[in-house]
Design a protein. Structure first.
Length: 57
């Protein structure tokens, strides 16, 4: 059983009539004691994912 699991996580922001999907059905698992690095281009949703983890952690 994973220590942390993201399963089909979606996070959307609305800017006027435009919807921006920061996370779109994002999936990953982290085992206890595992070292994880989140990488990706600007706007990929890295900070959004970390904020969600912090809120529910």
């Amino acid at each position: 059983m994973p220590y942390i699991e993201f399963k089909d996580v979606v996070k959307e922001y609305k800017m006027g009539e435009v919807v921006i999907k920061a996370l779109d059905k994002t999936n990953f698992e982290i085992e206890k004691g595992e070292l994880v690095v989140i990488v990706g281009p600007s706007g990929a949703g890295k900070t959004t994912a970390l904020n969600i983890l912090r809120r529910y952690g």
